[in-house]
Write a protein that binds this ligand. Structure first.
Ligand code: PLP
Length: 435
């Protein structure tokens, strides 16, 4: 019996993980598993990158800790690098997790409006099926009831619009003839709430943890325009899509928009140390540049921007540049897409295949014609069958609406091209076994 708690207790058949090599993890008995989920969507450089261990060790020896009410070189270097990757001029606040990065974004948005003469702007619009974190604000922004159930009431002021789910359009439309009612809904809600009360919209470029919902290109552009029209800040949650996962430095760059605030975590250190960041447009941050009490950004945490975590993040981004890993991520994503389409498009239990960079979602159904979703148990069996073949895949979706039916893939960028077929073969074989 272990003494630590596991997320989602009771965890099914937990492994005792003791090592890793490239895209593979190794358990205590020496079994090897190809990790097609990069841990929890983060270990982009794989499990054996000694350069990252060295960066942490050398920084810990030189200067292990000091609060960021002052400065240290790794935080400064990371801020510079992030600005290059963001393609903009941003001020960066460091925290430790994606949830905290989003909480920080909400506070910046509210205080910005208050100091800009609009103190009534405090509401945040998110989407059903989105996941933004486990803390009271970030969970309030989350649009998945099953994660909130029994923890409510959460933070007030968070509203949700339907997701841009083209496979199961909440507006009953077909993609070819739709008018992006899902994007127009933002404008409706802003007006219903009255624009003077709305502070921000938060979205991921694609909804990842809610079942890989990939919007049309124009959807994100339209939301950006609506935000501009009503003075609402656009917060882009890049916790999963950032750092090359999309085939671009950040996922929003695929849509040709520039957010006001960007939140990031996970891949920033390739999961090697906890770190997150909230980037706010430098011109917006001007209203915080004031030493008067209650005017400066009154927000602090003990560990955010830890020197070793920042040093690992800088090295992560350098290694990605030196090894051209963003291009590699895009190429591997294309290859995975080709293979999955060839192997699964006609499969009777595969309703939809969705892709974004080196991310894939396989929506499983009982019936292709009616789109009746595969049961959560069916998908769990598929995931377990993949594991028996030595491949770890994820599972997600919308349990509230009765389906948790999307198999998720988010492999490390260091996976070998020849290893991709192991993932595809495992899913095909698992569907045959379980179906
Ligand atoms: N935002 C998104 C899109 C996420 O997927 C997650 C976590 O999976 C979070 C925020 C929260 O990050 P963390 O678990 O580091 O708090």
């Amino acid at each position: 019996m272990w003494h630590h708690m596991m997320p989602y207790t009771p965890s099914q058949n937990p492994m005792l993980v003791s090592g890793g090599e490239g895209a593979w993890i190794i358990d205590e008995e020496g079994n090897r598993y190809l990790d097609a989920m990069s841990g929890l969507w983060c270990v982009n450089l794989g499990y054996s990158e000694s350069e990252l261990a060295d960066a942490a060790a050398s920084q810990l020896r030189q200067m292990p800790y000091y609060p960021l009410s002052h400065a240290h070189k790794p935080a400064i270097a990371l801020g510079e690098k992030l600005n290059q990757w963001l393609h903009g001029n941003y001020r960066i606040f460091y925290s430790n997790s994606g949830s905290e990065a989003n909480e920080t974004a909400f506070k910046i948005a509210r205080q910005y409006h208050a100091q800009n003469g609009e103190p009534m702007r405090w509401k945040v619009i998110s989407r059903y099926r989105a996941y933004h974190g486990n803390s009271m604000g970030a969970l309030a922004a989350t649009g998945q009831f099953q994660r909130k159930y029994k923890y409510e009431p959460l933070a007030p002021g968070f509203l949700h619009v339907p997701p841009p789910d083209c496979y199961r359009c909440p507006f009953g439309q077909e993609r070819a003839s739709c008018h992006l009612e899902c994007a127009a809904m933002y404008e409706q809600v802003i007006n219903w709430e009255t624009p003077e009360t709305v502070a921000a919209v938060i979205m991921e470029p694609v909804i990842t943890g809610g079942g890989m919902i990939v919007p049309p290109l124009e959807y994100v552009q339209q939301v950006r325009e609506i935000c501009d029209r009503y003075g609402v800040l656009l917060i882009m949650d890049e916790v999963i899509c950032g750092f090359g996962r999309s085939g671009q430095p950040f996922g929003y760059q695929k849509f040709g928009v520039q957010p006001d605030i960007v939140t990031m975590a996970k891949g920033i250190t390739s999961g090697y140390l906890p770190l997150s960041a909230t980037a706010v447009r430098a011109d917006l941050f001007e209203v915080f540049r004031d030493d008067r009490e209650y005017v400066h950004f009154r927000h602090v945490n003990t560990f955010g921007g830890n020197p070793a975590a920042c040093a690992v993040a800088v090295r992560t981004l350098e290694l990605m540049e030196e090894r051209d890993l963003i291009v590699r991520s895009a190429q591997l994503g294309e290859k995975l897409q080709e293979k999955l389409i060839a192997a699964l498009r006609e499969h009777p239990n595969v309703g939809d295949l969705r892709f974004f960079g080196f991310l894939a979602g396989i929506e499983l159904v009982e019936d292709k014609k009616t789109k009746a979703p595969a049961s959560s148990e069916f998908v769990s069996k598929v995931v377990a069958a993949c594991k028996r073949q030595g491949v770890l895949v994820g599972k997600n979706g919308d349990t509230v609406a009765g389906y948790n039916n999307v198999v998720m893939l988010c492999p490390p960028f260091v996976i070998q091209e020849e290893e991709l077929h192991l993932i595809v073969d495992a899913v095909v074989q698992a569907l045959t076994e379980v179906g």
